[in-house]
Design a protein around this ligand. Structure first.
Ligand code: PHE
Length: 362
């Protein structure tokens, strides 16, 4: 080195000076020169290491360790500084050519002269799909099969067979879109209860995730197109206890916590008795908050024991078999799971909303 530190300086301050010189080397050439002067064949530090052998025997171990540690520290500093300088040298070389390595690769587009990015942004699963898939996994693991049904239904499957005759007031709460041919857009997934009973003899365990439609005025909690997941179990000796157990298992998995449920009477013509199943509010642990409207409970799904008339419509003998059914509003469960406060977000197609679910599927 040109300006050698005077010999009377402490090893500590010499070391500090050397490290500072390395860290401030202006370019690769300056760093190379420093490297040779310190760590080269006849470099200062190399000499220092060599000098250890000439010390009195008892001083050698400690001096050797100190010299080696110094050498390693300087080598590490040189390597780190070299990486920084090489990186900026590369950046400088690239910017002088006008080449931008962060630009996505382009390929020829459909029209001549149009170039389009080779890689398109990756999409994400919709939150309803994520929760539906989890529910399907859970229920199939409990022996349920996934059934589909048509979105365009007949009056008979959607209403009549479910114990809702033409003049029944329950029809008013399920105002739907009628087609010119007398068919309708299904108002719930319950018609697939009948379709399943007609296809499969009991014991029967099915789930039916699917889209439903109602002539609703859209607001923060109502949509004209929405998703339900129907469940139906028919066998000998099926009871309300089976229903409660199945619902608790399902809610525990989907809400990722232990849940307490309660049943209130609820009226649906196709179940008897019918219930509204509430879960203790997962946001405040039942203490009362704005989500549960300070009641500590959230209404989560209607359910009940299948009405004998419905079993009959499905060709099943109600004297021998009983069953339970539930109709889960998928959006509602998704909203609870992720704390979403407006159902319109699901249909809005807003990528800022949707991209938040990237990578959350289990
Ligand atoms: N189909 C009913 C609805 O959409 C829900 C339900 C299903 C209730 C099964 C009881 C049993 O309102």
């Amino acid at each position: 080195m040109q300006d050698r530190p005077p010999e009377n300086r402490s090893p500590d301050s010499r070391r500090r000076d050397w490290l500072a010189a390395i860290d401030s080397a202006a370019d690769l050439a300056a760093l190379g020169a420093l490297d040779v002067a310190l760590l080269g064949k006849t470099g200062e530090v190399t000499e220092l290491v060599r000098g250890v052998a000439r010390l009195p025997r008892e001083e050698r171990p400690a001096a050797g360790r100190a010299a080696n540690e110094l050498k390693v520290a300087l080598e590490t500093a040189v390597a780190a500084r070299r990486a920084v300088l090489e990186r900026s040298a590369l950046d400088a070389a690239l910017s002088s050519t006008g080449f931008d390595p962060s630009e996505p690769p382009l390929v020829d587009g459909p029209q001549p002269g149009v170039r389009i990015p080779l890689r398109r942004p990756r999409g994400t699963l919709h939150p309803i799909t994520i929760v539906r898939d989890e529910l399907v996994d859970l229920f199939t693991s409990m022996g349920f099969t996934w059934q589909d049904g048509p979105e365009i239904e007949t009056d008979w499957f959607n209403f009549e067979a479910l114990n809702i005759p033409a003049d029944h007031p329950a029809r008013d709460t399920q105002d739907t879109f009628w087609l010119d041919d007398g068919n309708l857009l299904r108002t719930h997934t319950s018609p697939v209860q009948i379709r399943s009973m007609l296809r499969f003899p009991p014991p029967l365990k099915v789930i039916v995730p699917g889209r439903c439609f109602r002539a609703e005025t859209v607001d923060a909690s109502h949509e004209h197109s929405f998703y339900q997941m129907e469940g139906l179990v028919v066998d000998e000796g099926v009871s309300t206890a089976n229903l409660i157990h199945t619902m608790k298992t399902c809610l525990r998995v989907i809400l990722e916590r232990d849940v307490t449920v309660r049943l209130r009477p609820g009226f649906f013509p196709f179940v008897e008795p019918g219930f509204e199943l509430d879960v203790n509010c997962p946001f405040c642990a039942g203490q009362g908050c704005s989500v549960c409207k300070h009641s500590g409970w959230i209404e989560i799904l209607p359910c009940g024991m299948v009405h004998p008339n419905v079993l009959r419509a499905g060709g099943i003998d109600p004297e021998r078999f009983t069953g339970f059914a539930f109709g889960m509003g998928l959006q509602r469960v998704v909203m609870l799971r992720y704390g979403i406060d407006d159902i319109r977000l699901f249909m809005g197609g807003d990528l800022r909303f949707l991209s938040q679910f990237d990578g959350v599927a289990r």
